[in-house]
Design a protein around this ligand. Structure first.
Ligand SMILES: [Fe+2]
Length: 203
């Protein structure tokens, strides 16, 4: 029996179990969440001050597109329609991210520090979701599905670590030296700097 028909048998056997139904709903929730993350990354990549952060967000935006395709493969292999179900938690995280980033001064390290923390809150939600669903897939012996979920989980974890590194290497330190007046005085200067040497996304 090939892997596909083995998987179909497992789906048939478990389809009506509450845990299996929770699993499918969890995938639909993540499918909605990933699309919301893609839009948030696109927005924050253009708001980021430093090239380092903007590049990291762009890289994760590309990965997120892969995560969406991967979830579609999972739905397909489970003979389920790829359907997005509004993820209230992610909707809240995105709203909070948009509000807090908006409150920071433009072209500032403070803005980058806040974008990073917002992105990490999103990553942690995804890590918990993928980690939990991966374990359920393993429990139902759906190894190929578990493999896809694990690939995405590892990329979410790597992104979280990369964001920590960027924050800790220089952004938080420089943000700690900024104050409101500084920022108003230096805004023009920073914009000029950005347009010539930094963040090609704004050039
Ligand atoms: Fe993702």
């Amino acid at each position: 029996m090939n892997t596909k028909s083995k998987l179909s048998q497992k789906v048939l056997k478990n389809k009506y179990k509450p845990l299996f139904q929770y699993f499918i709903n969890g995938l639909k929730d993540l499918y909605w969440a990933e699309k919301a993350v893609e839009a948030l990354l696109k927005k924050n990549k253009s708001l980021a001050y430093t090239e380092e952060l903007s590049d990291a967000l762009e890289e994760h935006e590309k990965q997120t597109q892969k995560h969406i395709r991967r979830l579609e493969k999972v739905f397909d292999s489970l003979k389920e329609k790829a359907e997005a179900k509004k993820c209230e938690a992610m909707a809240g995280l995105v709203k909070e991210a948009e509000e807090t980033v908006k409150e920071t001064p433009e072209n500032s390290m403070t803005r980058d520090a806040v974008i990073i923390i917002s992105a990490q809150k999103v990553e942690h939600y995804e890590i918990a979701s993928y980690g939990g669903l991966l374990q359920i897939a393993l429990t139902f012996n759906m190894d190929s599905v578990a493999d896809w979920l694990e690939k995405t989980l590892l990329e979410e974890e790597e992104t979280d670590e990369l964001l920590s590194e960027i924050a800790e290497s220089f952004i938080n330190l420089e943000a700690a030296h900024e104050d409101e007046d500084d920022n108003e005085d230096e805004n023009d200067e920073k914009s000029d700097k950005k347009n010539t040497t930094s963040s090609p996304n704004k050039a």
